[in-house]
Design a protein around this ligand. Structure first.
Ligand code: BEZ
Length: 256
């Protein structure tokens, strides 16, 4: 059996905006949950191209973005946001923030307890941690199709899903163990229209899966995956809707 490659995900801000603009557009309720107050210092963890960071700033927050991707950091700086390139699990700040906000990032982190610890370390006492990310069952139809194709070609199914999609019970426990009180947490099914179809989604979010196949086979592999997904996620008009599920939560730091 062929081994799973590393995550190998690289972001390009322009391509992300074209294929995945919905990520920020559908997340305004998370900004509502954050409810930034005038003058609060807020960290946007994994700010990407800063679409939501700007929204937080417009609502009065004094916001700093953090992202690991050089392309995203450049895009966020170009949007006028103070931005630092850093690992989400090793944030280069003291306990200065009133709140940490994060959208569509925590499912990329396979050491969730380290991320929770890092967030806690940069929050003031009673500081808020408000976030949304992929939850249990997210993109299950897409993943099942990819697993079937990986298996048929003799590839490791572990290469299919690089994401951490927990249940709310699991994540609540991690937050509580990490020194937070959870004021709200919910698993939210959120069917997500894909403006550039399933091809754009696969290219944006799972290119490393296809890259492991020899170039001569890649189109056939892609066609097989898409033909398995199509009956479930594409309507008669050719419109694709991905089966997203989100975990949304608001927690508060305990103690100092
Ligand atoms: C997201 O960024 O929201 C996402 C990425 C991959 C799978 C599911 C969701």
């Amino acid at each position: 059996m062929r081994q799973a490659p590393q995550k190998g995900q690289e972001w390009q801000a322009q391509s992300y905006a074209r294929h995945a603009g919905f990520v920020a557009a559908l997340a305004l309720p998370v900004v509502d949950l954050l409810a930034p107050q005038q003058g609060e210092e807020i960290l946007d963890l994994g700010c990407g191209d800063a679409a939501l960071t700007c929204e937080i700033a417009n609502r009065g927050g004094s916001v700093i973005g953090v992202d690991e991707s050089p392309s995203m950091v450049r895009a966020a700086l170009a949007a006028g946001i103070r931005t630092v390139r850093a690992d989400a699990c090793a944030l280069p700040f003291g306990p200065r923030f009133d709140a940490v906000f994060s959208n569509a990032v925590l499912h990329w982190i396979d050491t969730p307890d380290r991320a929770i610890r890092a967030v806690r370390e940069v929050l003031k006492p009673d500081g808020r941690f408000v976030a949304e990310f992929g939850g249990h069952g997210c993109v299950a139809t897409i993943l099942t199709a990819m697993r079937a194709v990986a298996r048929a070609w003799g590839y490791d199914e572990a290469s299919v899903c690089p994401w951490y999609f927990p249940t709310v019970d699991e994540y609540r426990q991690r937050l509580e163990n990490g020194g937070f009180t959870v004021n709200y947490i919910e698993l939210i099914p959120r069917p997500t229209p894909l403006a550039t179809g399933i091809e754009g989604w696969l290219e944006t979010f799972r290119a490393p899966f296809f890259a492991q196949f020899p170039e001569k086979d890649r189109n056939a592999v892609r066609r097989q995956v898409i033909s398995l997904i199509k009956p479930s996620l594409c309507d008669d008009g050719g419109n694709w809707t991905a089966d997203y599920v989100r975990v949304r939560f608001a927690a508060q730091k305990n103690g100092k």
